[in-house]
Design a protein around this ligand. Structure first.
Ligand SMILES: [Zn+2]
Length: 219
């Protein structure tokens, strides 16, 4: 006998509910565990039905819902807890042969890495160009800002890498990818931080401005 049959033949929703703590009154009603029930709204016998939330089902449904487990698990749980005889050999779930996700090929992995590196480097390039403009010394005796220096040093190199990624032959691209893969992660982190800082100062800017507007209006 499989666990479902064992439950069906040997017990009822009422017996099972009582086993797990429900108090059934003489009218065959109990408080519903599936909604916030103040009065006994659940009619329970072989099956259960709640007049409050309309939940319905048999003993296995009751336990499945009560413990948040699957129907088969619920049937087995009832059998185990209430010592009902059932055929344990059928309980083993057949090993389901899952479709094997195709492995990514070397070429795919390489293409993805290349795409990622290109994306990060072109973002970085954009930032360097911005820095070059923003931090350019305004007078000949002004000291160079480190960001301006970095922009001067890096822009050409990054442009060269971007060109290689776009137009280089496969050997050049492969060696660039293996050389830049780790570095680029650092650059990506840095870009993220810079963007966050930028967003924060932008927020501050808005706050200051709205403060000024309110102040001006109050005058
Ligand atoms: Zn209910």
């Amino acid at each position: 006998m499989n666990p479902f049959e064992a439950v069906k033949q040997n017990t009822s929703a009422r017996q099972v509910a009582e086993f797990y703590g429900a108090k059934v009154n003489k009218n065959g009603m109990c408080q519903c565990p599936f909604h916030n029930d103040k009065t006994p709204s659940m009619k329970i016998d072989d099956r259960f039905y709640c007049f409050g939330c309309n939940e319905t089902g048999d003993a296995v449904d009751y336990v499945s819902k009560l413990f948040g487990i699957g129907l088969r698990e619920a049937a087995i749980k009832i059998c185990e807890d209430m010592s009902l005889e059932y055929d344990k050999t059928t309980q083993k779930t057949k090993s389901v042969s899952r479709p094997i996700r195709p492995q990514k090929s070397e070429a795919q992995i390489f293409a993805e890495a290349q795409k990622y590196i290109y994306k990060v480097l072109s973002d970085f390039h954009g930032m360097l160009k911005k820095w070059k403009k923003e931090y350019e010394p305004r007078s000949p005796d002004e000291e160079f800002h480190p960001r301006f220096v970095e922009a001067l040093q890096e822009i050409d190199r990054v442009e060269y890498h971007l060109d290689t990624l776009l137009e280089g032959d496969s050997t050049d691209r492969a060696s660039l990818v293996s050389e830049q893969e780790k570095k680029v992660v650092g650059i990506a982190e840095r870009l993220k931080r810079c963007k966050e800082i930028q967003a924060e100062s932008f927020d501050d800017d808005i706050k200051t401005r709205s403060y000024r507007i309110t102040r001006d209006l109050e005058r």
